[in-house]
Design a protein around this ligand. Structure first.
Ligand code: PEP
Ligand code: MN
Length: 342
């Protein structure tokens, strides 16, 4: 920590701050300038009381953190050969230089017919995971809330028939056990991305967690939410960028592709892109997927529906089965361009 003192502070006042820094467990190294004193406080900021509270003292101008607030998700913890976390789930490997992971399926599970038709089509195009919400976080209480357990059973049926892993959202702590019986990957949605009791409970299930970025979360906050999962002993985390809320109205959210580049620098965890919630428009999904692949994203989470016009949720952003096929072809050159195996 760096504690910057007010200009022209009498020496006895400087001494009081130095004494407090030492009392809080840091080794104070004052640097006396002509006008101002700066105290370099040596100590692990993640195990000591934070000195940020010293900013409330009248002698202090400001306090700067030196260390990052996250540890386990940080690249710095990975030493040796394995630089990136490779999550192993449903016989697949996600992250590092492994093949791009395609996770595709409807926004909501609606019926056996709808889910099976989608599963068959996405499997034929090489998807390895089937997505589909059984518990839906809807803005209005009058909108379709998901088929709950019946939806999970349909996902299980499709998974068995087409050998696809299941990605599905868990909305509440009380459903973690139930959803874990069916899911390979538990999705924590944007609206719950800082619900730390849900995140902790999901982490304890030992399942792989796909952690969406909240619509108003900073990258640091998103990484700290992931830190909760690792801190609870579960290393299997996929970070999913799905767009943040901005002033722009041409898209539902603003897909923050710079987050892929930043998170890849900061963290060893795999990054998944959800261009469907990101754009909220089917006509942009293919272009955004190309960009995500070019940025070295590790997977794509895409909403696909046999008949988007009749979808019970998010119809405007779901691809029909033909467009999904077009997408898979369209991203192929980008996969080779970044040197990923297919
Ligand atoms: C979804 O994947 O359908 C969904 C509701 O996602 P998000 O939490 O990103 O809005
Ligand atoms: Mn959706």
């Amino acid at each position: 920590m760096i504690v910057v003192l007010k200009p022209n502070l009498p020496l006895d006042e400087v001494e009081k701050v130095i004494a407090e820094v030492a009392k809080l467990g840091y080794e104070p190294r004052p640097i006396h300038g002509k006008v101002q004193t700066v105290i370099a406080a040596i100590g692990d900021e993640n195990t000591h009381h934070s000195l940020e509270t010293l900013a409330s003292w009248p002698q202090v101008e400001h306090v700067h953190r030196v260390q990052k607030r996250y540890k386990l998700v940080s690249r710095e913890v990975k030493k040796g050969a394995e630089k990136d976390t490779i999550v192993k789930v449903h016989g697949q490997e996600i992250g590092g230089g492994k093949p791009l992971s395609f996770m595709a399926g409807p926004c909501s599970v609606e019926s056996e017919e709808q889910l099976m038709a989608t599963a068959k089509a996405v499997k034929a195009q090489g998807a390895t995971f089937l997505r589909g919400g059984a518990f839906k976080p809807r803005t209005s209480p009058y909108e379709f809330q998901g088929l709950a357990k019946e939806g999970l059973k349909l996902l299980q049926m499709a998974s068995k028939e087409y050998d696809l892993g299941i990605v599905t959202e868990v909305l509440s702590e009380r459903d973690v056990e139930l959803v874990s019986e069916y899911a390979d990957i538990l999705q924590i949605g944007a609206r719950n991305a800082q619900n730390f009791s849900l995140i902790t409970e999901a982490a304890r299930s030992g399942k792989t967690i796909l952690l969406k970025r909240g619509m108003n979360m900073r990258i640091e906050e998103w990484l700290l939410a992931a830190e909760y999962i690792l801190a609870h002993g579960n290393p299997n985390v996929l970070l999913c960028e799905r767009g943040i809320r901005t002033f722009e109205t041409y898209t539902r959210n603003t897909l923050d592709l710079s987050a892929v580049a930043i998170v890849k620098k900061e963290s060893h965890l795999p990054v998944i892109i959800d261009p469907s919630q990101g754009a909220g428009r089917a006509d942009l999904v293919i272009e955004l997927c190309k960009a995500a692949v070019a940025l070295n994203a590790d997977g794509l989470l895409i909403e696909v529906h046999p008949n988007p016009a009749e979808a019970w949720s998010d119809g405007q952003q779901q691809l029909n089965l033909d467009l999904y096929k077009t997408l898979v072809e369209a991203v192929k050159p980008f996969i080779s361009a970044v040197g990923r195996p297919s």
